[in-house]
Design a binder for this molecule. Structure first.
Ligand SMILES: [Zn+2]
Length: 140
């Protein structure tokens, strides 16, 4: 499938966006799929309000991330429980607050977009999934 913006490159980024029409119930929104190549996705994210954080420009260092996971595991082991959607939702809220608190403590100021990028690195790194596996082994 080709990128829908440039029609030149293979689409590697697939987004599902829900559009809400004025005056309709939220569930009446229509879903639209968009397919972009990496480059067009990047410019789409940068010029769409609320999407800049999806650009993946910055991430946590391995050592800082693993330090945070250690602290998180000691304080809130349930954050590594992703057995169902509800647990995942709770876990990601917990991690978001946790990351925000620690950046503040370490006097690292980031804007909302940068924070969003760091959050997604914090939630989605493969290190997180190996911690989740450990948690399961210990508690399952
Ligand atoms: Zn493109």
């Amino acid at each position: 499938m080709f990128c829908e913006a440039c029609h030149q490159q293979e689409a590697t980024v697939h987004l599902t966006t829900t559009f809400h029409a004025e005056g309709l119930a939220p569930e009446a929104g229509t879903q639209r799929e968009q397919h972009f190549c990496q480059q067009c996705a990047d410019s789409y994210f940068s010029c769409t309000p609320g999407m800049n954080s999806a650009r993946d420009l910055i991430c946590l260092s391995d050592s800082y991330r693993s330090k945070l996971y250690d602290l998180l595991e000691a304080a809130h082991p349930e954050a590594f429980d992703n057995t169902d959607a509800e647990a995942c939702r709770r876990g990601s809220e917990l991690m978001r607050d946790f990351l925000r608190e620690h950046l503040r403590k370490d006097k690292i100021e980031v804007n909302e977009d940068a924070f969003g990028m760091l959050c997604s690195d914090f939630f989605c790194s493969h290190h997180f999934y190996s911690r989740v596996d450990d948690y399961r082994r210990k508690n399952g």
